[in-house]
Design a protein around this ligand. Structure first.
Ligand SMILES: [Zn+2]
Length: 267
């Protein structure tokens, strides 16, 4: 596995690349409120940390080559628009941005484009783009969704335990990777009370309706869940837990990238 930064190549380097064996990664972060204790760039910082650890762990030349595009720092975070510091693109802007990047990747002669998405608000849009980009530019397209892969199983879809934004898991990761950027704990008093707070007032007693896990999904913005922007609770977060989780992420991402590398459609 060799990871190289797209921007460090020269234009003539592309003639040496094998399009069947080269993956192009587009990391997607976000710049959005992460409660009173985590920095705005949490999603961006975490995807870059995973990539950095991948390089450190597996920097051995092999027949798998990965080119990493510069991360998108601003994506579809409009659910957090009412909190200061959040910067967001509308769906239309992000669709056009990602499509234009994909067109340029295809024009450079490459074949496999992998979205490394670390912000939950982008998932539906990227899933739709997988087929559009395949149809428009002939690229093989893949969506590696960090929150879906790592947060969902960690955080079962029981409404009392839903804790997917700036809560225990993300706070632990940040304490491991960027401790200086986390406001000092304890984190008591931060977070949403999903049993008695706004979320319960809106959704208790509904069988089908739920903003994330319901048969009928309901459109939501963050203040529908939480007053301080945290969905869930960061209490008990720790750097040791975060360190273990980051290691799991790096190991699994490497396996996933190897699978993507050997995937092809048979006609
Ligand atoms: Zn986040």
């Amino acid at each position: 596995l060799s990871l190289r930064s797209w921007v460090n190549l020269t234009t003539t380097d592309f003639s040496d690349l094998d399009p069947e064996r080269t993956l192009v990664l587009l990391p997607l972060g976000a710049t959005e409120q992460h409660g009173p204790h985590l920095p705005l760039g949490t999603d961006l910082l975490l995807v870059e940390e995973v990539l950095r650890r991948l390089v450190e762990r597996f920097e051995v030349e092999s027949d798998l080559h990965i080119l990493v595009l510069p991360s998108l720092w601003c994506t579809k975070s409009n659910e957090h628009a009412s909190f200061a510091g959040s910067i967001y693109l509308t769906a239309e802007t992000l669709i056009r941005l990602v499509r234009d990047i994909a067109a340029s990747v295809a024009a450079s002669g490459l074949r496999k484009l992998v979205f490394m998405n670390w912000h939950g608000g982008n998932v539906d849009l990227l899933a739709m783009l997988l087929a559009d980009i395949r149809q428009m530019y002939g690229l093989l397209t893949f969506l590696v969704d960090g929150p879906g892969l790592f947060l969902a199983p960690y955080n079962p879809p029981d409404e009392d335990q839903l804790a997917f934004h700036a809560a225990f898991y993300e706070t632990s990761l940040m304490l491991a990777a960027y401790p200086d950027l986390v406001k000092p704990g304890p984190f008591d008093g931060i977070g949403s009370d999903l049993k008695r707070g706004r979320f319960a007032r809106n959704f208790a007693g509904f069988k089908y309706l739920h903003p994330k896990t319901g048969v009928v999904r309901v459109g939501w913005v963050t203040p529908d869940w939480s007053e301080d922007g945290v969905i869930g609770n960061p209490a008990g977060a720790s750097g040791e837990i975060g360190e273990g989780e980051l290691l799991k992420q790096v190991i699994e991402i490497e396996e996933i990238l190897r699978e993507i590398a050997r995937f092809r459609y048979h006609q």
